[in-house]
Structure formats: C-alpha cells, structure tokens
Design a protein around this ligand. Structure first.
Ligand code: UD1
Length: 326
C-alpha cells in the first residue's frame, strides 16, 4: 500500500507519517503548510504542497504516486475559532473532505482513515463515553467532524471504500522534541507557557461536579495515537468494505488540577495555580471507553501521563531553553 497523509506536516500528522514509515508502509504527504512544517518530515517522504479544496491537484497526486490508501488529517481544529468562523470551518473540514472523497473514489483508492474528535460527543453525561453514546457537538468544529464521519460512512457504503473514523480524545506528548506541538491551545502547552512567564497556571473553573471540582479528561500520548492509525490502516487494507468508528483514548480520567500538579513535579516549577472562571462550553468529564478499538484491532495505549508531560516538556525546552528550572 502507498498511503497519502493529508495534513502530514502537522503535529499529529507527522507522528502518523513516522509510525507508518517505521511500520514499513510507503507514505506521501499532502499539506498546505498553513500550520504544517516541512522539516517535521523524514527526508525520504515526498511532500506535495496543496489544499484539499483543490480536486484537480489531489487527483494528480493520487495518480502520480499510485496512492491506494488515505489518512485524512488536514483540517481546522480550534474550537473557539470555529465559533467565530463557522463558514471557514465548514469549507475546510466538510467541503475539503467532500472534494478529497471525490478524488479518492474516482481513483479507486481502497482505504480511508478519517481524523475525527471526541468533540462530536459534546457534553456526555456518562462515566465512560462509548462510540454509541449519542453525538451532540457543541461547536461548529465538532459539527464538521460529525458531518465528516457521515460523509465518509455514506461514501464507503456506496463505493465499497473501507473507512474508519478515529475519535481522538486529548492528545499530548511527542515522539521527539522536534515533533512537539507548537500550538499553545491546549492544557499542557498553556500551562508550560505560564510557567515560562513565571506566572501561575490557570484552572478554568474548580466548581464542577467532579472529585476535585476541576474538569476531567482522557489524555492520550501522540505516539500511541499514531500507532492506532497504523493498526487501523492495516485493518482496512486487509478488509475491503470495513466501516469502523473508534474512540482513541486510555479510559482513564485525569483532572486539570492533577495535570498541573504532575506538570509542576516534572518541570520543577512550583507555583500554586490560580482559579479563573469556567471556560464556556467545557464539559465536566469526557473519558473514553477504549474497549471497542481493543476488541476490533488489539490496540491499547502503552504510554501514561508522565510520558506525555515529560516528552512535551523536552519539546518545549527546545524552543524555550530559559524555561528550565531543574
Ligand atoms: C479541546 C476541544 C476539543 C478538541 C481538543 C483537542 C473545547 C471545548 N474542546 O478539548 O474539541 O478535540 O481540545 O484539541 O475546546 N484548561 C485549564 N487551563 C488552561 C487550559 C485548559 O483549566 O490553561 C482546562 C480546560 O478548561 C479543560 C481542560 O483543561 O477543562 C482541557 O482543555 P483543552 O486542552 O483545551 O482540551 P479540551 O477542552 O478538553
């Protein structure tokens, strides 16, 4: 198989490329480099620069490289931004996917892995979220991911394309410092940024109905997430017509306060966090049941929160050496 990885120069995409190539698969990256970085890619992986809205170019790339499978990660992923720019998100995430699927089906590609999100669930009122928990996204971002899943599944049904939608929970960590997330949009890098400024980390609300009052999430190491893509890609390649929807999490809830305590212990920064108002739209608890992916593919996460924070911090120190305390 030769896999086209859209968004392969991004934080998660580059980890997926690395995992697939290490597993012996041929990969080609398609990325518009709006947030992707070419230097993240191994030298022997071809990079085609282009947008998923350009069907003509996609068709040329798919034919030119003899692509047989696609892992589609290209897209916009900032929840707040999606509230301000819904049309932009629908265009990039839904129209871009539709254009890509047109090129994919016309070319006879056999396998398609779609990058979805736990954001499809919205505010689930359950201890563990299964793939059958009703989806009720709270943001245009989550809506575009859910609509994307529908598009992918409907295309698979009519064309025989083997498909999978992978619902990522809270991704953190890095395989190597140079592959670390450069965005400061999620809890771990946002806390690192505060520590670097010698300011207290912020807890967005400590009056949630959780054991310590702070929000509980399911954090997954990006290397485990990338390995889940390899397992999924192989399963689709082996079973034409397969249709999977899978949570990718660890099934372990960790609170914001626990995460900040762990970050302080690992980085040697010991400022007491300050409590800020709740961030609108934050669910109290979102923790995956990862049973289905284990049953379907035999995949389980191998890395813990300690591994995530340690590897993310190494990446942070590469950019901000002055942040070191230990
Ligand atoms: C967010 C998105 C989700 C997306 C995921 C991965 C929302 C509502 N959800 O998840 O759709 O799939 O990112 O990109 O934005 N927090 C603090 N202090 C901080 C930063 C965060 O207390 O400085 C808290 C947040 O309020 C939240 C938790 O930490 O309770 C995790 O936040 P974050 O990393 O932004 O992820 P989610 O909001 O869970």
């Amino acid at each position: 198989m030769t896999w086209l990885i859209t968004g392969g120069a991004g934080y998660i995409g580059a980890h997926v490329v690395r995992a697939l190539t290490e597993a012996g698969e041929r990969t080609v990256v398609y990325d518009d480099l709006s947030t992707g970085i070419a230097e993240r890619l191994p030298d022997d992986v071809p990079l085609e620069v282009g947008t998923v809205l350009d069907g003509v170019r996609l068709s040329k790339v798919i034919a030119g490289h003899g692509i047989t499978g696609v892992v589609h990660l290209a897209g916009k992923k900032r929840v707040g931004e999606s509230v301000d720019m819904p049309l932009h998100y629908y265009r990039e995430n839904v129209e871009g996917l539709r254009v890509l699927l047109e090129a994919v089906t016309a070319a006879g590609v056999t396998s398609f892995v779609f990058s979805s999100s736990a954001a499809v669930y919205g505010m689930p009122d359950v201890e563990l979220v299964t793939e059958d928990t009703p989806c009720a996204p709270l943001s245009p971002y989550g809506e575009t991911k859910l609509a994307g899943e529908w598009l992918v599944r409907a295309t698979g049904r009519t064309t025989g394309l083997a498909t999978a939608s992978l619902r990522y929970f809270n991704v953190a960590g890095a395989a190597r410092p140079e592959l670390a997330d450069l965005g400061v949009h999620n809890l771990v890098p946002m806390v690192f940024e505060k520590l670097t400024e010698d300011a207290p980390a912020q807890i967005f609300g400590d009056d949630y109905p959780t054991p310590d009052g702070t929000c509980v999430r399911d954090y997954i190491h990006v290397v485990d997430l990338a390995d889940a893509h390899v397992a999924t890609a192989r399963a689709l390649a082996a079973s034409p017509g397969r249709d999977l929807t899978l949570n990718i999490g660890r099934g372990e809830g960790v609170s914001v306060r626990e995460m900040i305590d762990r970050i302080n212990a690992i980085t040697g920064h010991h400022r007491t966090p300050s409590v800020a108002p709740r961030r609108p739209g934050d669910p109290a608890r979102v923790v995956a049941s990862a049973d289905r992916i284990t049953a379907e593919l035999g995949w389980t996460a191998k890395r813990d929160v300690q591994d995530m924070i340690t590897s993310a911090w190494e990446g942070w120190l590469r950019r901000f050496p002055g942040a070191a305390r230990l």
